[in-house]
Design a protein around this ligand. Structure first.
Ligand code: FES
Length: 175
């Protein structure tokens, strides 16, 4: 039976190799296309980077520095030198520890160990903050790590004296 179908324009051209036939750009146009493709690539990349930067700016703008509420922790002289008071800050359930290290000096930190979150306590004997889980020790003066395994200092609660009250006003670093 004879094939009655008319030849289509997509029929392969016998005189041109298949790889060249399927490639729609002639050799003379290659340079132009490459330049155009490069320009397209650069434009799209620039747009992508621009969009990424806008996203970072918007995100940082939305996640501004948290505003901490002021919270009265204790009255001045409420605890003796070497004494400790536990309190919750900046949110309920977030346990912190305040230590009176000298007559006029109070320090406060998050009570959550920066290693695996065990509750730290103040050792009056050693004058340091200790974690019972893996013997991580922190300086009571600035919360820095004295002995591993923790690698980060304890978050510091910023205290302000307001008359005869000690008021927590923030965290450093922010949490
Ligand atoms: S949890 Fe504190 S040292 Fe490991």
């Amino acid at each position: 039976m004879a094939d009655n179908r008319a030849p289509t324009s997509e029929a392969p051209n016998e005189s041109v190799p298949l790889w060249q036939d399927e490639f729609s750009v002639s050799q003379s146009g290659e340079r132009y296309v490459n330049r155009r493709q490069l320009a397209k690539f650069l434009t799209l990349t620039s747009l992508g980077m621009f969009a990424g930067n806008v996203w970072i700016v918007v995100r940082s703008w939305l996640h501004k520095t948290p505003v901490y509420a002021s919270s009265v922790v204790a009255r001045v002289g409420e605890i003796p030198v070497g004494g400790v008071k536990l309190f919750q800050y900046p949110r309920p359930g977030e346990q912190c520890i305040m230590v009176r290290t000298a007559e006029e000096t109070y320090v406060a930190y998050s009570q959550k160990c920066t290693h695996l979150s065990c509750a730290v306590f103040y050792s009056r004997q050693e004058n340091r903050i200790e974690c019972p889980c893996h013997q991580g020790y922190f300086s009571v003066h600035d919360g820095s790590v004295l002995q591993g395994p923790p690698t980060r200092p304890l978050p510091h609660v910023v205290l302000r004296r307001d008359g005869d009250r000690l008021v927590a006003i923030g965290m450093e670093p922010e949490v």
